[in-house]
Design a protein around this ligand. Structure first.
Ligand code: KIV
Ligand code: ZN
Length: 508
């Protein structure tokens, strides 16, 4: 019988804290729902004490998710554990994940604690957390640069205090597969109580070995692996979930292990994350990259046409990759859009579906062919919609190569029309300056991207905007066959997300 490997996903915690990957509340909830849909065993929803916004997100994810365990990270202090429990106690299956560093360099320079103090604090805080929650994970930060005998000692103490999962992270991405395998076998020998709890690993990717190290750990007895979608995370990221899951599924003959993950949901999870963060995966990225299943060389194409297995070790369908087929047209009704939304896994309110349908009709009038990708872009935008404090009403742009661009933008706020004029460095900048004047705040443009969703001259433009205000980033998206209109929608969407997020954090 194959052994079962639990997937602990930390996209919303370790992933989210990496540069450019921040998400707002609504986005985290959508991402968590997708993780639940793909049957992730444990979702680490955030680090509750780190900010009021993080606390609200962990708590909302905990309220929403029913099938997966929901965890919050906490340092080994009472304040952290209290806050983590306050956030996850509402979950159907809560977990407190507490950690302290165990390597000599971290204990001396970061914690300023002796090894004895670290053991004492870890055991006391696991015991404290256990009063709240049966499911306690303990992590020894920087474990791979720690003394195995010291790890065995601290693990014995925290297991005695009630830890049910022991996580052994390669925090700095330093180890290698052979070394990690031997290291884990040694710790297991030195610490027999590990046989009675779940052994977990959490591998960073600084040497590009995150997945390889996790696979070696499975061979050494790990039954939980911590991953992120698209491998996002601190520095070079974390082990990528899609790679680990597909390696186990494809090489079951070697690992004799399997996960609960519905692999056909992988592509959707990857795309949703890209849509939310604007952080694209490289085209040649394993499993989810644009070229992962493309066969360019003639000799390869020839082979694949005759027998797919000549060059394909797994099928595109197994990771949820479908052809960009033409699906709906100008004459399709709301019912067809609703069933398409269902088929694509979007969980939309009636109001969001209505908005998506109106937009769909608008696009169908301008565009000859509507592809799956267009519908997916439209639906994912509506699924992530926040209250529309500002709505774009109209715009006029005056631009050329011998004049300074000018934009007149009209928006509606609480039934009132507000109009502002601004000049800028090109039409997009002018339009963004005009919106900035309307909002009356100092907004900094951090990122702006424009892509076409499908092919052809009438392709849908998908604009992505990231703005910063008071040190926080907010991302927005806009879709239109007109790229300036898409960009204005994206900017207004980012402003609305900023207002929504600020209101939520202030309890408005
Ligand atoms: O990399 C790490 O060590 C972590 C721990 C908090 C699990 O993220
Ligand atoms: Zn980490």
């Amino acid at each position: 019988m194959n052994k079962k490997i639990k997937i602990f996903d930390t996209t919303l915690r370790d992933g989210e804290q990496s540069p450019g990957c921040s998400m707002n509340l609504k986005e985290k909830v959508q991402m968590a729902k997708q993780l639940e849909r793909m049957q992730v065993d444990i979702i680490e929803a955030g680090f509750a004490i780190s900010s009021p916004g993080d606390f609200t997100s962990v708590r909302t994810v905990a309220e929403t998710i029913k099938e997966s365990v929901v965890a919050s990270l906490a340092r080994t202090t009472k304040e952290d554990i209290d806050r983590a429990w306050e956030a996850v106690s509402v979950a159907a299956q809560p977990r407190i994940h507490t950690f302290i560093a165990t390597s000599p360099i971290h204990m001396e320079y970061k914690l300023n604690l002796t090894p004895d103090q670290v053991v004492e604090q870890a055991a006391a805080m696991v015991k404290y957390a256990k009063k709240y929650c049966g499911d306690i994970e303990f992590s020894a930060e920087d474990a791979t640069r720690s003394d195995p005998a010291f790890l065995a000692r601290i693990f014995s103490e925290v297991i005695k205090a009630g830890a049910t999962t022991i996580n052994i992270p390669d925090t700095v991405g330093y180890t290698t597969p052979d070394e990690f395998y031997d290291f884990l076998i040694k710790i297991r020998e030195l610490c027999p109580p590990l046989d009675h709890v779940d052994i977990s690993v959490h591998c960073h990717n600084d040497l590009g070995l995150g997945v390889a190290n996790s696979l070696a750990a499975i061979k050494a007895g790990a039954v939980q692996v911590e991953t992120t979608i698209n491998g996002i995370g601190e520095r070079a990221g974390n082990a990528a979930m899609e790679e680990l899951v597909m390696a186990l599924a494809t090489r079951r003959d070697i690992y004799k292990a399997e996960t609960n993950i519905i692999t056909t949901e992988i592509m959707r999870a990857s795309k949703l994350l890209t849509t939310i963060t604007g952080v694209k995966v490289q085209p040649n990225k394993a499993i989810v990259g644009e070229n992962a299943f493309a066969h360019e060389a003639g000799i390869h194409q020839h082979g694949v046409l005759k027998n797919k297995e000549t060059y394909e070790i797994m099928t595109p369908e197994s990771v949820g990759l479908t052809k960009n087929s033409m699906v709906l047209g100008k004459h399709s009704g709301k019912h067809a859009l609703r069933s398409k939304a269902k088929e694509l896994g979007f969980d939309l309110t009636e109001e969001a579906l209505e908005r998506a349908f109106n937009k769909f009709k608008e696009i169908a009038d301008k565009k000859k062919r509507i592809y799956d990708g267009d519908i997916e872009a439209l639906l994912s935008k509506e699924a992530l919609q926040v209250p529309r404090t500002y709505q774009m009403k109209s715009f006029v742009i005056n631009s050329g190569n011998s004049i300074t661009s000018t934009a007149v933008v009209e928006v509606i706020k609480e039934d009132k029309t507000i109009e502002k004029v601004a000049r800028g460095d090109g039409p997009i900048d002018a339009a963004f300056q005009a919106i900035g004047k309307i909002v009356g705040r100092n907004l900094k443009l951090e990122d702006y991207q424009l892509h076409s969703v499908s092919e052809g001259i009438d392709a849908l433009g998908d604009a992505f905007v990231k703005i910063t205000s008071n040190g926080k980033s907010y991302a927005g998206r806009g879709l239109s066959t007109d790229v300036i209109e898409a960009s204005i929608h994206a900017y207004v969407n980012a402003v609305n997300k900023m207002i929504y997020e600020e209101n939520k954090t202030n309890g408005v």
